[in-house]
Every structure is written in C-alpha cells, then in structure tokens.
Design a binder for this molecule. Sequence first.
Ligand code: CP
Ligand code: NVA
Length: 301
Amino acid sequence: MNKDLVTIYELEDADVADLLALAKDVKANPANYRTALSGQTLAMIFEKSSTRTRVSFEVGIHQLGGTGLFLSSRDIQLGRGEPLSDTAAVLSRMVDGIMARTFSHQSVEDLARFGTVPVINGLTDFNHPCQALADLQTVQERFGDLAGLKMAYVGDGNNVAHSLMMACARVGMAFACASPEGYRMDADYVAKARALGATVVETASPAEAVAGAHVVYTDVWASMGQEAEQKKREAAFVGFQVDQALMEKADPKAIFMHCLPAHRGEEVSAEVCDGPQSVIYDQAENRMHMQKAIMIRLMSR
Ligand code: CP
Ligand code: NVA
C-alpha cells in the first residue's frame, strides 16, 4: 500500500482485497491484534462533526494497543490559520499516524504531502474512503463474492457516492447512480472509474438505477457544510426518496445501506431505514473493523 489512504482510486485492487480479508479476521479474532500497534498514537483532526468516525478510530486504535488523540480544529492552531504544512510536520515528529476529516479535499492531500507519517482520510467534501471500504465488508458479509454484484446509489453525487463508485470499481461491482440534474457525481472522477474498467451508469431515474440491484444506498441531501442549501435541496430531490416501492424494484434479496446520519422522511423512508432489508448498524460497526485493518497496514512497523 501507499504511505497514506487519501482515496480508493490510489489503492490497487489487491490492496482492497487484502484490507477486506484483514478486516474480516480482525472482526472474528480481535484478541489476536491487541498489541498490533502497541504504544503508537493516532492524531485525529476534525474540522466537522462526527459520531461513527471518531468513535470507531478512537476505540479501534485503543483495541490495537495504541492511543487516539482527538484534535478539534477549533482547539488546535490549525483553526487559527497555522499552515497545514507546519501542522503535518509537527504532528509527524510526535505521533505515528494522522486521521483527518476536513472540508477541502486538498487539506488531506496537503497533510499527506507534508506529513512523514501515514495520513488517513476520515471524510472530505470529495471522498469518504473508510466508509466505502467498510461498506464493502458489509456487502461481502451478506453476499459473499462481490464481483458481479450491482450497487445502486440514489441521491446526491457527493463524497460518499464518489468513494462507493471507486470501491465498486476495485472489486468488480457495477455502480448505478441516480441523481437530479445539477447534483451528479464529478465527471472527471466518473471517467477515472470507467478508465479502470468499471461499469458506471448515471441516470436521473431512481427506478432505472435500482432495477436488479443487490445494494440500494443513499445519503443525506445536504452534507456537512451545505446546511444553508437544505430547502433548495429538498426541492431538487423530490422523487429521490428510497421507499418501499423503490426497494421492490431491486433484487428480492437486496439490502438497504446508508452511511448515517440519516434523515428519515427525506432521503429514506423510516419503513426502509428501520426495516428488514436495512443493514445500517452493521455498516456502522464495520467502520471500526475496517479502520483497524487500515491502521494495521499503514502504521505497522
Ligand atoms: N458515516 C460517518 O462517517 O458518520 P460520522 O459523520 O458520524 O462519523
Ligand atoms: N455526505 C455526508 C456524509 C456524512 C458521513 C456529509 O458529508 O455530511
């Protein structure tokens, strides 16, 4: 693997397969990894709120024998304008890895460039690789082989959609994305996924995307930092709610996925979100197992 995990595009197919196998073993045999990162420290920079990412990394590094250091950007000098390059260089003298959740994707790129320790992307406006890797683990638990499966994503062509598309590309899953005009995925990133040989379909029809899908996925209509657009987005996304009628167009064994936090009654009906096809809490749990695998691969020495 590279020094850092900034996006799934920068991983090889074999890295993704290896992380999936390791995460499965970490989940099944946690006791075998209790000293995997003994004495190591992970700095965790957060410019945005988090429940799952913070807790899964902090508990995960603890269970591997190390320590997590929560650094809200409001509290460290970064929030007062200290350059990322200095922050990365200084942290690299004291910690063994950096996880960062930022607004700008460039910020995580810069931390990786200027930091000499591994940097893990804990969500940017452009990508959420840890989420998508953990989601592959959840899909694998339900279906076994990933190659040949179809994931349908209904909603905003955002950070989560980008990483899911690239994750599917790395394991031979087809990816169909239904978004309203103006909310589609980044065209260059779609082209990059297709250049890897991936099947990526973009449509404005949720029914078309979901037809025959094994996984139906959605995310919030207004992401962190877009709160002021909430009303405008609610109008733009009319007809894009994942409800029971839409689920019935998918494969009969289809699962419903959401990275959370969810807004029941907006992007997903409560009936689907809390219904028998939903695997949302497995997804949340697998964040920890997958991130333990990522930390082991990047930080072991
Ligand atoms: N899915 C996810 O990353 O959740 P948090 O924002 O709670 O970390
Ligand atoms: N797209 C959402 C994901 C949250 C985990 C956001 O960026 O807010």
